[in-house]
Write a protein that binds this ligand. Structure first.
Ligand code: TUI
Length: 300
């Protein structure tokens, strides 16, 4: 459906998934996704053009639906002839018909069976079922429970995400009925990833229980590695701080971590599988290793 060699999709991580990483993943035979995050539409257009200069292979865009320029980005995706779009943090229903008319493959990220069903009815080509093990904005169901329930509920292909970083995860996801996997955390530390060295080091050094979920009280849970920022956030959240105040605390904090390498006051979004990510490698090495391990486990 996507014209890719291997069933490995790179998560559309805000700030992290820019053209260098995206082109590297697609060149290696996976599907790179530009993470539009909170970026302006014209920035996303430039990113798309830069990926096209670097690879002829398929790639896509992830539209984070809370982006105030979401409508404009949805149009840029059509104008620039992007072949695949994934969406996150909301319901992309209002964009579906325009994308489908333009021949874009539409793959919403969902965190529940109800949303998966709704997306299938609306005409989505596939869904990413994302478990709570993931980094960033999360739902509450685990990958182990969500994926088979979504597989049973819909007739379109299901891509598993959350807690997957190696061939064992890929093989397990296939056993649950998924057709492909989406990885974020492992690609943060890719050689081609522009993420600051300090952030990469934090992911590489992280243990299994080093992530924390902030924002549970106001309905926007976000998983990230524990640091001064999460301690301060959780302290204020526990004391009943209003949403707006907590928002102030995290404003620009992801950029601070990715670009400036501020691992003290920055937001280090990463999934629970960070404890399994041990070294920087090229995307090609990562994908080859994952495929070899999964093929061995699945007996080809
Ligand atoms: O979207 C994500 N992960 C993200 S978005 C993001 S940007 C951000 N930055 C700072 C603070 C907060 C967010 C970082 N990580 N994953 C896909 C995903 N989508 N997970 C859960 C959902 C989801 C949630 C609710 C999808 C649909 C949904 O529907 C609600 C509705 O509208 O009915």
């Amino acid at each position: 459906m996507l014209g890719i060699e291997y069933p490995i999709i790179q998560g559309g991580m805000a700030w992290v998934a820019e053209y260098n990483l995206v082109a590297a993943v697609s060149e290696a035979g996976g599907l790179g996704l530009i993470g539009a995050g909170g970026a302006p539409a014209e920035f996303v257009r430039e990113q798309i053009r830069k990926v096209k200069e670097r690879t002829e292979k398929p790639f896509g865009v992830n539209l984070m639906l809370m982006n105030p320029e979401a409508d404009a980005i949805a149009r840029v995706i059509v104008e620039e002839g992007v072949k695949v779009v994934t969406t996150g943090a909301g319901n992309p229903g209002k964009y579906l018909s325009a994308w489908k008319e333009a021949g874009v493959k539409v793959i919403p990220v969902v965190a529940s069976v109800a949303m998966a069903r709704m997306m299938e009815r609306a005409g989505a080509h596939a869904v990413v079922a994302e478990g709570t093990e993931s980094g960033g904005h999360i739902g509450s169901a685990t990958t182990m429970t969500l994926v088979p329930q979504v597989v049973d509920a819909v007739n379109i292909p299901v891509i598993a995400a959350g807690g997957i970083a190696d061939g064992r995860g890929l093989a397990a996801a296939m056993m649950l009925g998924a057709e492909a996997v989406q990885l974020g955390t492992r690609f943060i530390v890719a050689r081609e990833s522009i993420v600051h060295e300090n952030y990469k080091r934090k992911v590489i050094d992280a243990r299994d229980i080093d992530s924390e979920v902030t924002g549970m009280s106001h309905g926007h849970p976000v998983r990230q590695l524990r640091n001064q920022m999460t301690r301060e956030y959780l302290k204020q959240e526990k004391a009943g701080a209003p949403f707006e105040e907590l928002e102030q605390l995290t404003l620009g904090a992801l950029r601070k971590a990715v670009v400036e390498g501020d691992v003290v006051n920055g937001t280090l979004m990463a999934g629970q599988i960070a404890g399994l990510v041990h070294k920087e490698q090229t995307c090609e090495e990562m994908i080859r290793e994952i495929m070899e391990q999964a093929e061995h486990l699945l007996g080809k």
